[in-house]
Design a protein around this ligand. Structure first.
Ligand code: 3PG
Length: 306
């Protein structure tokens, strides 16, 4: 059995070593394709792979068709919007993710971006503190929960909205559940986005919603670029000069945002929320173990396609 790690954005070496150990202990072979620049390299590499470990790498119908022996794809991470689930299902390929394994890393970056924002990009002027501010957690999954835990240390007041998580679960973490997205944006000084990119959420963070935010608000996006209405956030920010936007996912209109919103907009050059040795080890080894358990025992826990 050949297990391929295909990562445009490589794992830390220590994580690759850990994955190799798991795969070889199971009697399988490991192949590595990192930092590839052309899709053809991926198409060539998957040709004889029985299993693939990926990150945000695009696994579309063409890749699945090229992977004639493929049985399973594991997205070492949370979001699987980069995998064509229908094509995988049609080809009899199991798709899994590794929920929670990189959540702390992403949550820590939220505060890296947030402190940078409220201290005015370290330009020397007086900023504001996080203590006592209202933080709205938009979707209360694994990352949202970690954000809540860290925010308590800053002394923030916590609110969350999640269409799929019960109020009881949110309240159990001493976070106030709110009943609508609108309400969350009306009350929050800072909103941290943790919604997945789905047909329902795409471009849902639009001007109408952002307009509800109080003066001086900050939006932190460590989720997906697709959930933002990029033209409208730019328009909104040109009108609302008090508002700041910090993102870990480079917008399509980055150059324009940077030019027009100096000092109020920041994007990391390449998504790095989950880019820690710890997250790489946790998610990478979980992916390897899930593949071994699937190939040897048929365990389909964490399967995300039908
Ligand atoms: C995820 O969905 O797990 C995060 O967005 C991390 O993505 P990455 O593995 O590409 O860094």
């Amino acid at each position: 059995m050949k297990i391929l790690i295909a990562t445009d954005k490589p794992f830390a070496k220590v994580a690759v070593d850990g994955i190799r150990k798991e795969i070889e202990a199971a009697g399988f072979d490991l192949a590595l394709l990192e930092k590839y620049t052309e899709k053809q390299q991926l198409l060539d590499a998957v040709g004889d792979a029985n299993a693939i470990i990926i990150r945000s790498d695009i696994i579309d119908a063409e890749v699945i068709a090229a992977a004639k022996n493929l049985k399973i794809v594991v997205r070492a991470g949370a979001g699987y919007d980069n995998v064509d689930l229908e094509a995988a299902t049609a080809a009899g390929v199991c798709v899994m993710n590794t929920p929670g394994q990189n959540a702390n890393a992403v949550a820590e970056l939220v505060f890296g971006l947030l402190v940078y924002a409220v201290r005015n990009f370290y330009n020397g002027t007086s900023g504001t503190e996080l203590k006592g501010k209202k933080l709205g957690i938009h979707a209360y999954g694994n990352v949202g929960r970690n954000v809540a835990r860290i925010a308590k240390g800053f002394g923030m007041e916590l609110f969350a909205y999640d269409a799929f998580c019960s109020d009881e679960l949110i309240a159990a973490d001493e976070v106030t559940p709110v009943s609508s997205v609108k309400e969350l944006y009306q009350i929050s000084d800072i909103v941290s986005l943790h919604i997945p990119a789905t047909p329902e959420t795409k471009q849902s963070i639009n001007k109408e919603l952002l307009s509800l935010l109080p003066k001086g608000a900050v939006l932190i996006n460590t989720a997906r670029k697709e959930v933002i209405h990029e033209a409208e956030i730019l328009e909104f920010m040109q009108e609302r000069t008090d508002f700041k936007y910090m993102t870990d996912i480079l917008p399509g209109n980055h150059a324009e945002m940077q030019e027009k919103l100096t000092g109020r907009y920041f994007s990391t050059p390449k998504k790095m929320g989950a880019q820690t040795a710890e997250a790489n080890i946790n998610a990478g080894i979980a992916a390897a173990q899930q593949i071994v358990d699937f190939l040897k025992n048929g365990n389909q826990r964490f399967r995300v396609n039908l």
